[in-house]
Write a protein that binds this ligand. Structure first.
Ligand SMILES: NC(=O)c1ccc[n+]([C@@H]2O[C@H](COP(=O)([O-])OP(=O)(O)OC[C@H]3O[C@@H](n4cnc5c(N)ncnc54)[C@H](OP(=O)(O)O)[C@@H]3O)[C@@H](O)[C@H]2O)c1
Length: 293
């Protein structure tokens, strides 16, 4: 995700310095004009720092860890735009520790995978000071056509958690009905062709279609990250007194995927799990299908 976001910033004309833990993965960004930083504190001289890692623990490590962004001297950026999918509590803790150094935080999680970013279809949902949102907007627009401002504080995290609960539930449901249709005799490509054009079809059902039809499970989002987001959703449901029966079942289905060792594969493997549970051995249909991007 971070790579494609950085590529769009650099191509959009931003004066960009990039750091990635595995430096080699960032190196090709230099062809778009980005500089590669040797360490995180080198980014403290930047005006705005975008952060895209995995979990809140990783965010804390890269921002406030012993070798993190703020670990050397008094230099500090004006603003951090934090885009990882993290909890409300983590985001609030981040806001407090940045604020103590006079740095603003824009919480800016995203909807869309790396291919969606490349296709220029990513969406940001943002919260924090309105002025910080306005200041970051020209850069957000280089990465994505849409950036919704939903309010102060950590509200964007709540929206992103809701979004990803929906992602998990919809994917599991799509896996169930695709396997059901196939067992009854309908090829997956024919079934999804109809679904994608029906009122129930969406950008998401379209871009998951190649995975479902041709079993192309090149990772876009891991079951591990999806489980994290479903857990965040269930935690929020408990806190706000909202029953979430579908999210709860989906969380355990994703856990089963992980328990079977599919930790680092694409979460679309929910289809394979569903087929296994239905006594169906899936094979690629080898049909050219569009991902709609
Ligand atoms: N993939 C999606 O479809 C998608 C969509 C929306 C939101 N998200 C969210 O976006 C975030 C990133 O997802 P992703 O799919 O890009 O994950 P990913 O492919 O696993 O990449 C994670 C990135 O974070 C870095 N990282 C992780 N832990 C780190 C640490 N402790 N210190 C330094 N660097 C660390 C990794 O560095 P290395 O290269 O060295 O491993 C890598 O650059 C997650 O919060 C995810 O939930 C993902």
């Amino acid at each position: 995700m971070g790579f494609e976001m950085a590529a769009r910033l650099a191509r959009g004309g931003a004066d960009l310095t990039v750091w990635n833990r595995t430096r080699a993965k960032a190196e090709t960004l230099t062809k778009y004009g980005a500089r590669i930083a040797d360490d995180l504190p080198a980014l403290a001289a930047c005006d705005i720092v975008f952060c895209m890692v995995s979990t809140w623990d990783d965010v804390r490590q890269v921002i406030a860890g012993p070798a993190g962004l703020l670990s050397v001297g008094a230099a500090a950026p004006r603003m951090v735009v934090e885009c990882s999918s993290i909890s409300l509590e983590g985001s609030a803790e981040l806001r407090a520790l940045l604020s103590a150094r006079g740095i603003e935080l824009l919480a800016a999680p995203v909807s869309g995978n790396a291919k969606v970013i490349k296709a220029g279809r990513l969406s940001f949902v943002c919260s924090g000071p309105r002025a910080a949102f306005e200041a970051a907007l020209p850069y957000l627009r280089m990465i994505a056509p849409s950036a919704s401002y939903v309010g102060e504080g950590e509200l964007a995290r709540m929206v992103k958690i809701c979004h990803n609960v929906f992602l998990g539930v919809v994917t599991q449901s799509l896996a169930e009905i695709t396997v059901l249709a196939q067992k009854a005799g309908v090829p997956r490509h024919a079934f999804l062709d109809f679904m994608n054009q029906s009122v129930m079809g969406s950008a998401f059902t379209r871009y998951k279609t190649p995975a479902f039809v041709n079993l192309d499970f090149k990772v876009t989002f891991t079951p591990y990250l999806l489980r994290k987001d479903l857990d965040l959703g269930l935690d929020a449901g408990r806190r706000y007194g909202v029953p979430m029966p579908l999210a709860s079942i989906t969380r355990d289905v994703v856990q089963t995927l992980i328990g079977r060792g599919m930790t680092d594969e694409d979460f679309a493997k929910l289809l394979v799990l569903q087929a296994d549970a239905s006594g169906l051995k899936l094979e690629s249909e080898n049909v050219e299908v569009s991902d709609g991007l």
